[in-house]
Design a protein around this ligand. Sequence first.
Ligand code: HEC
Length: 590
Amino acid sequence: MKGLAVIGLALGLFISQASGAAQSSRIGDFALLDQNGKHHKLSWYGDQKAVVIFVQGNGCQIVRNSVAELRAIRDQYAEQGVQFFMLNPQSQDTRDSITAEAAELGYDFPILIDETQLIAESLGVDRTSETFIINPETREVIYRGPIDDRLHYETQKSVAQNHYLRDALDAYLAGEAQPTDVPEAPGCLITFAARDAHTTTPPSYSADIAPILEANCVKCHHVGGIAPWAMTGHAMVQGWSRMMKEVLLTRRMPPGQLDPHVGRPIQEAAGLSPEELQTLVHWIDAGAPGDDAPDPLEALAFSDATFSMGEPDIVLTVPAQDIPATGVIDYRYVPVPLNLDEDIWIRAVEYVPGDRQVLHHVITYLSSPADRTAGLEQDNGGLGESLGGFAPGRQPDIWRDDSGALVRAGSSLLLQMHYTTTGKATVDETQIGIYLHEAPPKFVMSGGSAGQRRFLIPPHVKEYPLEGVQEFERDALLYGLMPHMHYRGKHMKYIAEYPDGTSEILLSVPKYDFNWQFNYQLEEPVFMPAGTRLIARGAMDNSEQNPYNPNPNMPVRFGLQTMHEMFFGFTTYRYLNDTPESVVANGRSL
Ligand code: HEC
């Protein structure tokens, strides 16, 4: 008897889960931006007991009428470790229209904007107002259904008789089986136009998929490139396709993604359009089939063993670095003498890594004799100003618009080199090629930063805001932006506050990843009138939820090593009235 009862119970549990979460009882991890451009990744909420997702859509009566009760439930359960979100998968809604409706109706929830509808598809969403309970650690869908039975089309009861969501939360938090007999949620049916189109006409590998990969992935995923596997053709891509779906939906690849809804246009901005993501994921869901046409990826050739800009004027070889097979390697600071007898004007700098698999980034700091006398090095924590650097997939640093950077005789370079291990010991001997202007250029490029050096990040804190300011005392043109933090870096924005009182977001990195040090180049330089305050605003994550965090129990200060932190929004700019002559005359450099 006892045995039978156990079987019955187990079966009951199985059935209720299956009916509660029709299409999938476990979903893949995902990351989305909310209406304020904040990044949320499901697994980051793994320290919560549950995540509740309520499907929102603009203009749906049932959604609007549900929010008061959803808020009441949130206020009751938030302290028990339940995190509440709205999810908007409506293709007709935009960030602006969602923000407007949220403001009008007073929605005080983060609204995850599922522009591709891919998260709604994986949850099996059918109508708005559907509500999900997800275990953020196992990503199991615990409950799917309505909030309660108060609302229906054209009818509203004044009170609900059945409180499905509360009952489901209570059962889950008490470790009990989910109630059965949960009806479908009312709400507005959602159109999945892209999914339907791709079901009728599946994307073609050679015509649709390969070009997206070529444009967004292959510069790193080629033989000899930084990525551990190369997209050499259909068989390879098909074999990796499920993993590709995971890194696409968690926004891990391509690295360096920006919030596409704010900021100025950036050269070669990383990130796929919603249509490209839908095409890739629907193709992967269909089994990643190949076709008979010639394989475009097989035809690609790469040569990254040499300088792409031709023979440099100066070639510096960085002292050989021994890289072990495994383990975490602290940042290495490698001095490289320049041995200059006279001042030079740099036009461009290019890096050729000795071993692309292990070299993740180089940030090059320049310290001139004058910087050292003025104590500038001290101020930067021992470093000089940044002279650009290297990151995989990054183009050479070319000073644009007939400008150059002045490097004084007697200056020296200090490289911050970040290596990762790949399972195979190796030696990296990176080369730096410096290209010079033959005559002084027309304009002078400078490097600066909006940084914060005095901070103490308490242990375990999930979001510790930091801010730094760079003031432009003269009219300038801004060219490049390079956020720099270490393992705890979470996000960073650059905001310009102009002297006329207006302000604008220039760039937003919603999910910073210290592995990638991108120097974002503004497509068009942005005018910074004298008196502009350029603000780098961001946050650190010193919690257990940050998988990179080497030690969440430690308070963290500013410091050069990866166990310490840095908070810099580096900038490349030029003062409009600087000329090579004036800069040489007043003794400055860079
Ligand atoms: C700027 C270089 C770069 C680009 C661009 C890039 N990748 Fe990667 N990719 C890497 C590196 C390096 C790794 C190894 C893991 C790591 O360091 O994060 C990787 C790993 C992966 C993995 C294996 C999972 C893992 O994390 O180890 C997949 C799958 C993947 N990339 C898919 C893609 C897809 C799809 C694109 C294009 C949409 C893409 N990558 C674009 C560099 C890149």
